[in-house]
Design a protein around this ligand. Structure first.
Ligand SMILES: *Cc1c(COP(=O)(O)O)cnc(C)c1O
Length: 429
């Protein structure tokens, strides 16, 4: 399989090169040259997520050095539980937060890390995985590369703008992971990362790799859990799902949209966003207008210019997207109401991101197929928001609890590119 750039001005390349490069040289995003098509019967004998993933992803790994290792990679990275929890007739929750950092990003980060470790030449110096995070990405990427030989992780996050629990978590990994609190906002962190990736002199000394949400190595495994879920429902004799997905950079929802286009039995995909209006405006017919993000209770979705939008548009024309997909925008008051009413009606505690999709599900009842809300993080990751609404504590899952009990250390850094270079060069020379 060849991979081309959404902007069409970069040469086609292999999966392996695209995985390592992250962004295409023309500034576009890598996309597969074609989408393979499947029928449910192709997956006969595939029961577990790793089994479905290794069958589904095979065409994408044509020509990759990792082709023969795909089944092992899927087994190593994707053996995480997914719970399908019905709430009432026609409405259920697909929980993707049972991995080591209690958010769906574990699936993708572990798959990417496993692929990169197998592609990595063993020579020193180590590859530095540099990420900017407003929350869950940093922890998932840190956990996926933690103690992996040949890699270190540097996480930049906005000082004082992630929750205390998130900050503790980011600083608790130690070993080959450094957490850096930048005196600035998330956009500043992202700008620093971009500048580092564009700095060829720095990259000569400090080999850098990216693990952000545009990485193909994150998109591909996400397609597989939607395939697994749709096949599972079909085998149980249930209706094809209408997936409602909390969205920010659009990586998770794009994976569902692609699974549907590839022939998996998915009836419909809808998006739920927080108050950031970009996606909602586009899907209600306005021209796309990326803008700075605004802060909300669902902070992992505080995105004003969704990085996967360009990829979405590559696969489908705007007018078709608008016909097929609805986007519901949910403000902070509605997030609070949704957490409260979900708790009152079903005794179900939801994180602020999942709450956006639960609120959207209320508004999308006109579509008859079974609505499945995608639960992207465990509510215990956001106790400041969730616990006062429920009026009781939410116990953290054991994997998260282990990290929260460890000591935590972050470095504080000015929003200054020279300082970042110094930080990145430390331990390399
Ligand atoms: C990252 C994240 C999202 C948004 O996912 P995208 O792929 O960026 O759209 C939603 N919820 C949680 C908990 C997240 O961490």
């Amino acid at each position: 399989m060849d991979y081309t750039s959404t902007r069409g001005a970069a040469p086609a390349t292999s999966l392996d090169a695209a995985l390592i490069a992250g962004l295409a040289p023309d500034g576009g995003l890598y996309v597969p040259a074609r989408l393979p098509e499947f029928q449910s019967s192709d997956f006969r004998g595939c029961q577990t997520l790793p089994q479905v993933a290794s069958h589904l992803l095979q065409p994408f790994f044509q020509g990759s050095r990792l082709r023969g290792e795909l089944a092992d990679i899927a087994a190593e990275a994707l053996e995480l539980p997914i719970e399908l929890r019905p709430l009432q007739e026609g409405l259920g929750v697909m929980e993707l937060f049972h991995g080591p950092t209690a958010a769906f990003k574990d699936f993708a980060a572990r798959f990417l890390a496993t692929c990169m470790a197998r592609l990595q030449p063993t020579a020193a110096p180590p590859t530095t995985v540099l990420v900017a995070t407003s929350g869950d990405t940093g922890a998932a990427v840190a956990a996926a590369f933690h103690r992996r030989a040949g890699f270190r992780v540097v996480i930049l996050y906005p000082d004082g703008r992630v929750s205390p629990r998130q900050a503790h978590h980011l600083g608790a990994f130690a070993d080959n992971v450094r957490a850096v609190a930048v005196r600035g906002n998330f956009d500043d962190c992202q700008a620093l990362v971009k500048q580092a990736f564009a700095d060829q002199a720095l990259r000569q000394q400090v080999p850098l790799a990216s693990a952000n949400s545009i990485s193909l190595g994150r998109l591909l495994p996400q397609i597989s859990y939607y395939a697994w879920m749709a096949l599972q429902l079909q085998r149980q004799g249930d209706a094809a799902p209408h997936l409602i997905i909390p969205s920010g950079n659009l990586g998770n929802a794009l994976a569902a949209i692609l699974a549907r286009r590839m022939g998996l039995p998915i009836a419909r995909v809808s998006l739920a966003t927080n108050a950031n209006p970009t996606l909602h405006d586009f899907f209600s017919g306005q021209p796309y207008n990326g803008r700075p993000s605004i802060a909300t209770l669902a902070n992992a979705m505080d995105v004003g210019a969704p990085s996967n939008f360009e990829r979405l548009l590559h696969f489908q024309q705007a007018h078709v997207l608008r016909e097929e997909i609805e986007c519901v925008r949910v403000n902070d008051a509605q997030i609070r109401d949704s957490i409260a009413s979900t708790w009152q009606r079903w005794g179900y505690a939801s994180c602020p991101h999942t709450a956006c999709a639960l609120a959207a599900a209320e508004q999308l009842q006109q579509h008859p197929p079974a609505r499945w809300v995608v639960a992207t993080a465990h509510p215990a990751k956001f106790p400041e928001v969730v616990e006062p609404i429920l009026g009781q504590p939410v116990a953290a899952p054991p994997a998260l609890e282990t990290w929260l009990r460890k000591p935590s250390h972050s470095e504080v850094m000015d929003n200054d590119y020279g300082m970042l270079c110094q930080t990145l060069r430390q331990g390399i020379e």
